[in-house]
Design a protein around this ligand. Structure first.
Ligand SMILES: Cc1cc2nc3c(=O)[nH]c(=O)nc-3n(C[C@H](O)[C@H](O)[C@H](O)COP(=O)(O)O)c2cc1C
Length: 160
């Protein structure tokens, strides 16, 4: 990551599922974790890599994270790196759920360098009556996959 730090911006409001993924990634990248409300855009210059993640709520990233991305000014130079991560009750549509934020970031000049998704415990609405789904996710295996995703980001940032 050169000598610049990594910042992970995460919103995890249902069962802290995405917060566990954020921590697994942060441990590998030695990253700081913040909520979007606490990250002024002026701070971004301090970081060589940014991670953005949340649970998926009604098919979208958390509104605070979306707002943070949508109101962010474009970055002046190409090559500013960002990765995306999320957890959700149902997993098969995750690429579609990532797409609006991914394309917005690309339009603002960011290089979206990786995406990670895994299932998370979901007890919203009627699911609560049956004890929820994905009760033990993210589990150790999911978190190992998250750590491996982060190691891959590190490898890809090494000069060749
Ligand atoms: C209000 C609400 C809406 C949700 N909408 C979806 C959804 O559209 N699709 C889905 O797969 N999961 C949905 N979920 C489940 C969450 O994405 C899942 O539990 C996620 O792991 C929560 O992450 P968190 O604990 O970090 O907040 C929803 C959960 C909540 C609370």
């Amino acid at each position: 990551m050169g000598n610049k730090k990594t910042l992970i911006i995460c919103k995890s409001v249902h069962h802290q599922n995405t917060a566990k993924v954020a921590q697994a990634i942060a441990n590998v990248l030695d990253a700081e974790i913040c909520e979007p409300e606490n990250v002024p855009y002026a701070r971004l210059d301090e970081y060589g890599l940014i991670g953005l993640g949340s649970g998926i709520y009604f098919g979208r990233f958390h509104s605070a994270l979306r707002r943070w991305v949508y109101e962010m000014p474009s970055v002046p130079s190409q090559g500013r790196r960002v990765f995306l991560f999320s957890t959700s009750g149902l997993s098969f549509l995750w690429r579609i759920w990532h797409w609006p934020i991914k394309s917005r970031l690309q339009k603002k000049g960011w290089d979206v360098t990786g995406e990670f998704h895994c299932r998370g415990f979901d007890s919203v609405g009627p699911l609560w009556l049956m004890g929820g789904i994905n009760r033990h996710h993210p589990n150790d295996r999911d978190l190992e996959h998250a750590a491996s995703f982060a190691r891959d980001l590190l490898l890809r940032s090494q000069p060749r």
